[in-house]
Structures are given as C-alpha cells and as structure tokens.
Design a protein around this ligand. Structure first.
Ligand code: GLC
Length: 692
C-alpha cells in the first residue's frame, strides 16, 4: 500500500513514474508524526525508535547497511574524503525503510524533492528518527508491506525500471586520471592482452579533451580519433570518455557559443550567466533542468557517438564548484587586506579559511537560477536534481540517437529517478581497507533506491594502493555490475601489471568472466522485476537475529552469498551461515575446492587470490569458461556450481547484450538439477550443462 501526501507546492522531479492520487485528508500517520509543517523553515517529521529498530536505504552513504545511529544529509556533495564523520556524498537517495524490532508496523518512506533533506537516524536522540526537509514543497510517500523485500519491490514499481547497460559494460574496465594519449591507451590494452588478463574497456579521463572542453578530443594526442576508436574496437575494447558538467568559457568554442546564444546556462539573479570554476577554469553550467537546454546538451554527445563511442561517464555534476567568480573576487580582495605583522591566530585562521572555503559554498548554490518551464528557480531548491538531469540529458539523447542499441552511461551525482537513465559509480574513494567494506555496504542500499548498475573505483581512487588491497578489492569487484579499476593522478599506478603477479589477476578477473552468465542474468532479473541484486542477509533471513546483524556478507542474486575479505593480511575471515551452504573456495574458474558447511559461525580460510562463494541449498550458479572479453564468453556451454538436496531450478536470463528492447531480445532457459544428478535445460537457446 502506498499513500501520497503533498506538502506546499513541490517542484516536479519526475522520480515517480506511476500516477498515485494524493491523500485528500491532512497528514495523520501512526508511523511518523509531522512535528512542524513549516512553510518557511522546512518540515520536520519524527518517529520514536525502540532498541532493535532498524533503518535501511538512503543509497550512497557512509557507514553500515543499517543506517541507525548517524545523521545523513541528502545534499549532493563533491567531497572526495569519504570518512565516517561525513553526512553526504554525491547522491541524494531519499528512500528508507523503518524496520521495527517488534510490535509496530514496518514502513517505507520516500521524500520526493530536489532540496536538502536531513535524516537524523538516532544521532541527536538515540530513540528518535527525525527527518527535516528544507524549505520548499515536497511529496511524501508512505509505503506498507509484508516484508522488506516486498517493500523494495513496491517502491521500485513506483519509480520505474532501472537502467540497463550494454552487456560489454559488465566486462573489466581499466581507468586512470592521467592517460594522456592514444599510445597510453594502446599500452594498457597490449599489457592486458599479452598477459591474458581480460579487458573490455579503457576509460578516458579529462586528459583526452582539448583543454578540458566537453565534446572535444585533443587532435595532437589522439590523431584521427574515429580511426583510433575503430582500432580499439577491432581488439574488442570500448573507449569510455568522461563528460564534465562545466562548459569552458572560451570564445569560438561551439558548446559555449551555442549555450550562450540560446540562454542555456544557469543564470545569476540579474539574468547574466553564472560563472564558476572547474577543471577547464572559468565555466558555465548547462541548465539541464530546462528541457530545451537539456535536449541541447544531450545532443552534443552525438559528436562522440559519431566517432564510434558507445559509453560515457558523467562527472562533476553535483555540480562541483571549485569557486564562484563572485566569491573569488571577494577572496582576492580580502587576501590583499591581510598584513604579515598582524597575523594573530584568528587572523591566520581567517586567511586560511578565505582560501580553503572557496569550493562548493552553500551561499554560491543559493546565488544562481534555473529556468524551469519559464519560472526562475533558485538552485538550492533543486540542487539534488542537477547531476541527475545532466545524465538524463545524455540518456534521453541516446534514446533519440541510438534507438536500437543501449549506450553505457553512469554518473557521479544522482537522485532517485536517474536510476532509469544511468548507473553510478561511488566517486572518489581512497585506497583504504575501510573503503572496501564501505563500498560493499553501499551496494544493497543503492539497489533499494533503484540503482543497479553500480560499482566503486576498485583499488581505491585517492591514496596509494597496494597489491593485496587491489586483489581483495577485485575479489569483491568481480560481483559488481560496473567493474572498473580507477585511480587518481598523483597516486601509485594501479594497473594490474604494476604489481608483478599477473597470474593472480588473470585468475580473479577471469573468474568474473566465468560468472558473467549468472551475474548478467541476476542483474537483468532484478532490473525487470524491480528487485535487488545485492541483498542484505537481514532481508532473506529476517527472523535470524545473527543474520540480521551481519553486514559484511551479501547475497548476490538468488543463489550465492559472498563474504569478501576486507582486512589487511587476513588469510581468512569469520563467516556466519544462516543455513547449511556449499562453499566454493575459488582460485579461478577452474581451480577450486568445495565443502559443505553447516549453519552457524565458521572461520573460513581465504588466502589472497581466493574468492569465497557460498551456494544456497537447492540453488545453482552457472559458470562459463570465461574469455578475454565479454563477447568471447560462451554462454551456451556451462558448468553448474550447485548444492542440490532435492532439486534446484534456475531461470537463466540472456539476450543479445545490446538491444534496448529487452522484452523482445531477452529469453529464459530453465536449468533443473535433481538430487540424483540429472540435468535438464529447457528454453529458447540450446544449452550444454555439466555439474562441478
Ligand atoms: C573527479 C572524478 C574522478 C576523476 C577526476 C578527474 O574527481 O570523481 O573520477 O578521475 O575528477 O576527472
């Protein structure tokens, strides 16, 4: 059951796809009380919490899967320091599920708006959930359902089908901020191919552009770009360029000239275009909340599509604001007023603050406007919609420009609603062991909010990685739809061949390709049914007190559970099994040992390079031979990881990997294994199976 309440005059976000009539009666809920309906200062809702009550959801955020105990803000932020004390990362995902320990009713809650929302999940008062919506209208949805999983399904049926990328985008991608030339890219491909480490894509960070200008390619460093794209494509490599939100202010640059002439950039109060700072220097921000501007910006992707590009990542779209021109002027003025003989501690802090507080100032986000259907809307009212709409610009353009074939697109900033047009990556994490765990815990929370095509920078973006951290991170990354090794300029290089043990990488990354039939099938079934691919144990075994508390293991799809190692030097880890399972300790798709473990606690050995896969009773995991790239994976000859007590049945989804029309292209094969070892496979495609 879904109830919808409208507060004030909300700005349309397009997050909800189905029509739900608004309640006509005033807001009175048993679950949650409206404390102040504030016209001016925002609205506050409170809900008492007892010991053991839990909170799930809230998408991309720091801390664990159960969100209770911290205060989170939906306020898309360009912040590369994802430390525990942060409240907000790049996304704004305003969906949560309140799961009471007993007695009261579970409920789901979605706040549909573009302004800031604060979810105080027992931070100020351990016994209270307190939600504050900043000034402005919003729509509140309250959901009720029988189970946590059903609640997610219900929410997802409201917000529409998640984005589906092309299948090649499930392959391994190598990325780094700092690949400067075609030759750099060729070297990466050569190393992977020569050493037998699978690869499907190389990402092109801002360095490919001409002075960081969107939709340009530096002709000196990438001569004859379409031919280079073609050369890569002959090796089954997809190049994936980055597109940034800020458009360089430069006379003669057509994106700038066109945007200016048409009034398509965000504006100051006086109607002049707002000037901010980003990688290219002074930039304007395309007003992607204006449908005309959105279409215009989206059409620019054509330049790269025409060169043969089939995938993009959208960045800096919170939007990231290094400075506003207005504040920069003020800061320059202020800086010249300091005197060396007068710099006491307070003056010194002021001096430091003048420079350090330049980026992403809330005052700056309140100083510019969007043209939304003729109305000037101040940015802070719709801040959380900006990145989403940049990606929507791309997504809508791809539907026009590539009506048959799916195009890869994922974004840094996002809001619920954008899950229909693109995926996300989790932004600038660090090469820290704690971030491996944090990124893992984001996976189910993001799935709840509709984001299925997701992944973190494997190995860590900032800081220097180490071989063992990268290997452990890949051991998790082989399960995430987006599997990309990405790192920042200035950090230790982290392509696999920097570490001198190619076989380990060959085997781990190879395992991803072997698991592809299962992973793609589970992804697609989650997308088509509004389900989750990464499922907390609490959702599967809600009555099991220990499972409910286990936050470092996840179900991946219906058949398997993962328990990644996320501690330095650990040669294994404790694992909790809510029921008897079969452990496949995998060193590669071919090399594994297998044992059945009873329900309960176990210390399970997992040396570096060993992946723990637990198969549930009466379930199957199809495994292919693998391949050097996605297209090479033979999905018609499979080995079955299995734990059959009576009978296991698996519905394997597959399609051509690129058609947008998955209803037409998709097909299911039903694989059945009986306790006696009999195998049948029935479906549209012939399939050869054997047990392992
Ligand atoms: C941002 C992105 C990062 C990228 C860098 C340079 O920090 O999050 O992925 O490498 O910008 O473009």
């Amino acid at each position: 059951m879904i109830r919808k309440y409208v507060f004030g005059e909300p700005i349309e976000t397009d997050a909800v796809e189905i029509r739900i009539p608004a309640e006509t009666k005033a807001f009175t809920e048993d679950h949650i009380r409206l404390l102040s309906p504030g016209r001016q200062g925002g609205s506050v809702f409170v809900c008492p919490m007892s010991d053991g009550d839990r909170i799930y959801g809230l998408g991309e955020n720091v801390r664990g899967i159960n969100k209770r105990g911290w205060i989170y803000e939906s306020n898309c932020s360009d912040d590369p320091n994802h430390t525990e004390e942060k409240h907000s990362l790049y996304g704004a995902h305003n969906f949560l599920i309140f799961e009471p320990a007993g007695g009261r009713e579970r409920f789901g809650l979605f706040i549909d708006c573009g302004q800031k929302v604060i979810f105080d999940c027992g931070y100020t008062d351990r016994k209270q959930l307190r939600i504050t919506v900043a000034e402005g209208g919003f729509v509140l949805y309250i959901l009720e359902n029988e189970s946590l999983l059903d609640m997610v399904h219900e929410f997802r049926s409201m917000i529409g089908r998640s984005y589906i990328p092309p299948k090649w985008a499930f392959g391994y991608g190598q990325s780094r901020w700092g690949y400067r030339s075609a030759e750099d890219v060729r070297q990466i491909v050569r190393e992977h191919r020569d050493q037998g480490v699978p690869l499907d894509s190389v990402y092109m960070d801002i360095d490919y552009m001409e002075r960081f200008k969107d939709f340009t390619v530096d002709a000196g460093r990438f001569p004859d770009f379409p031919e280079f794209v073609e050369e890569m494509s002959r090796q089954h490599i997809h190049l994936v360029p980055i597109i940034d939100a800020g458009v360089k202010i430069e006379k003669g640059y057509p994106v700038y000239e066109e945007g200016l002439a048409n009034g398509y950039f965000c504006k100051n109060e006086d109607g002049t275009p707002f000037v901010g700072g980003a990688w290219p220097g002074r930039v304007h921000f395309p007003d992607v909340l204006n449908p005309d501007a959105r279409k215009w910006f989206g059409d620019w992707y054509r330049v790269l599509l025409d060169a043969g590009i089939e995938g993009f990542w959208n960045d800096m779209n919170e939007p990231a604001l290094f400075y506003s021109e207005a504040y920069l002027q003020e800061a320059f003025r202020k800086l010249t007023s300091f005197r060396t003989d007068d710099l006491d501690i307070w003056k010194f802090f002021e001096l430091k603050g003048t420079v350090l507080s330049m980026a992403n100032r809330p005052e700056d986000f309140r100083s510019f406007y969007h043209n939304m259907n003729g109305k000037m809307i101040r940015h802070d009212r719709v801040h959380n919609l900006y990145g989403s709409n940049m990606t929507r610009a791309a997504g809508e353009a791809f539907e026009r420009l590539s009506p048959e074939k799916r195009i890869l697109i994922f974004s840094r900033s996002s809001c619920i609603g954008m899950h229909r047009c693109g995926g996300i990556w989790m932004g600038d994490n660090q090469s820290w062991w704690s971030h491996l765990l944090m990124n893992m815990q984001m996976l189910p929370s993001l799935n709840m909010c509709g984001f299925l095509y997701i992944g973190a920078d494997l190995g860590g973006f900032g800081s220097d990685t180490t071989a063992d951290l990268l290997i452990r991170w890949l051991e998790l990354g082989i399960f995430t739809p987006l599997m990309r090794n990405h790192s920042s300029m200035g950090t230790r290089e982290q392509e696999f061949y920097r570490f001198g043990e190619p076989e380990t990488f060959q085997k781990i990354i190879g395992l991803r390709y072997a698991l592809l039939p299962y992973l793609y099938s589970e992804f697609m079934k989650a997308a088509l049914s509004g389900g989750m691919m990464f499922i907390p144990l609490a959702f599967v075994w809600p009555e099991d007190g220990m499972a409910v508390q286990t936050e470092d293991q996840l179900m991946v799809g219906e058949s398997l559970m993962i328990a990644p190692v996320y501690r330095q030097n650990a040669a294994g880890r404790y694992v909790y099994l809510p029921e008897e399972m079969k452990l496949y300790r995998m060193r590669s798709a071919q090399d594994m040992d297998v044992e059945i473990l009873e329900a309960g606690h176990h210390f399970v050995r997992a040396e570096l390079g060993e992946v723990l896969i637990f198969v549930r009773a009466d379930h199957l995991v199809p495994l292919a031979e693998g391949g050097q790239y996605v297209e090479q994976v033979n999905t018609s000859s499979l080995r079955l990881m299995h734990f059959v007590k009576e009978e296991a049945v698996y519905q394997l989804y597959d399609d051509d990997g690129y058609s947008r029309n998955v209803e037409l292209a998709g097909h299911l094969t039903e694989i059945r294994v009986t306790a006696g070892g009999g195998i049948t496979a029935e479906g549209a495609m012939p399939l050869k199976c054997e047990l392992i």
